[in-house]
Design a protein around this ligand. Structure first.
Ligand code: FAD
Length: 383
């Protein structure tokens, strides 16, 4: 999409998410379910299912610089809607990177139009992550037989396919993990819901059990043993996208806190006149500004075709700390009423806490950064 087309598109989306999606906030929080029948037409009409799907497969093929402002705005409007659109697009991006031409052609056009969706099945209840997986895929002529358990798999209620990580060689450590494209309807695949989440409400992050699921060899993504490298590649961009979500949540919390500080009067003066509250506002703005600059650096480098392992994990970590501080201070600015559902700050506070966990905890991010730097990676800073 060229710059002029993008400006028109961005303006339209940034307006319509507020007129057509924001009014669902209260209902989603109360019912803890996204009313897809009413929301899907808006998402489809705006083209949000295909934001990250390359144009040749019917998507909009946005660059990361173009995508980030839209994702951030969705995080302001509602965390649950943000997660659904974000996960759908991230996993479409993962398939466009990892899949063969045939695999991409079979699924991505449906994903772009919202009739298909991909879940990312990595996390397991009984094992760690990366090389520590309990799911096993054993080759049997022209099929693999897949067994294992996954949980917390986003969009599991409507995903038509899953990128499923399993061990193909249990003795080969990191080189023993492979990724498969598994169809929802595959015999032996059971999908169940998990209890509702603390924030980003309404989406489903379910449990998947594979019992002797037969996966055709054509559904292997890439080569056997590439799973951990594929994970690193796809999670890198995803981490930047989680940070963009932190930015949206933080910006909205700041906007609401500033607005509240202007109108709430105590001892004859608006809160905004009190030095203590001014300090909260200044510190919140500082976090938002710094996060935005980190994100634009990541986007610029990624769009120029660079890998950014350290920058992505640092930005993800800074983003979750920043949004944590900002939502803390915004809540304090609101006082007690902020702890009730009278204002969106209560929701933003809970939504923000997911960013600690999505795409790996802070411990994992620190490990990735340290590993990159110790391995000789240099952070090009553009100075
Ligand atoms: C709403 C939601 C949606 C999600 N969506 C998806 C999804 O679509 N697909 C998917 O695959 N996953 C998904 N996840 C899972 C998420 O990525 C993981 O929860 C997260 O990466 C943490 O992994 P874990 O839950 O297995 O935690 P654990 O591995 O049990 O970790 C618990 C704590 O121990 C620490 N820890 C664990 N191992 C070590 C170690 N070796 N050394 C030091 N510290 C360690 C961790 O840092 C963490 O603090 C989702 C989670 C949530 C909450």
């Amino acid at each position: 999409m060229n710059d002029t087309e993008y400006e028109g598109f961005r303006k339209k989306v940034l307006e319509r998410v507020w007129t057509d999606l924001a009014p669902f906030e209260e209902r989603i929080e109360s019912e803890e379910q996204i009313p897809y029948a009413e929301i899907n037409p808006v998402i489809t009409d705006l083209g949000l299912w295909g934001l990250m799907v390359p144009e040749e497969y019917g998507g909009l093929g946005l660059t990361v610089s173009q995508y980030l402002p839209i994702l951030s705005e969705l995080a302001k409007v509602h965390g649950g809607i943000r997660v659904v659109v974000h996960v759908h697009n991230s996993n479409a991006h993962a398939l466009s990177v990892l899949g063969s031409e045939e695999q991409r052609r079979a699924v991505l056009p449906g994903v772009a139009g919202g009739t298909m969706s991909i879940g990312f099945a990595l996390t397991e209840p009984d094992f760690g992550t990366g090389a520590d997986l309990g799911s096993i895929a054993v080759r049997d002529r022209d099929e693999y037989i897949l067994n294992g358990r996954k949980h917390l798999i986003s969009n599991s209620d409507f995903a038509t396919h899953f990128i499923y990580f399993a061990k193909t060689d249990p003795d080969a450590g990191e080189l023993g993990v492979s990724a498969f494209l598994v169809e929802r309807g595959a015999s032996g695949l059971a999908i169940e819901p998990l209890p509702e989440t603390m924030g980003c409400k309404g989406g489903e992050h379910g449990r998947i059990t594979a019992t002797d699921v037969r996966v055709p060899v054509q559904n292997l993504l890439g080569q056997e043993g590439q799973g951990v490298a594929q994970l690193e590649e796809t999670l890198e961009l995803s981490r930047v996208l989680v940070a963009a979500s932190s930015l949206g949540t933080a910006e909205r919390a700041l906007e609401l806190a500033v607005e509240h500080s202007r109108t709430r009067v105590t001892f004859g003066k608006p809160l905004a006149h009190r030095q203590a509250v001014q300090r909260y506002i200044a510190e919140m703005a500082q976090d938002v500004y710094a996060l935005k600059l980190m994100l634009s650096d990541c986007a610029r480098k990624w769009d120029a075709g660079r890998r950014i392992p350290a920058e992505a994990s640092m930005t993800k970590n800074f983003g979750l700390e920043a949004v944590g501080r900002v939502t803390d201070r915004a809540l304090l600015t609101f006082g007690g009423i902020g702890y009730t559902r009278a204002h969106s700050i209560e929701r933003l506070y809970r939504d923000a806490r997911l960013n600690w966990l999505e795409e790996g905890t802070p411990t994992i991010q620190n490990m990735v950064v340290a590993r990159a730097l110790v391995g000789g990676y240099t952070i090009e800073d553009g100075w």
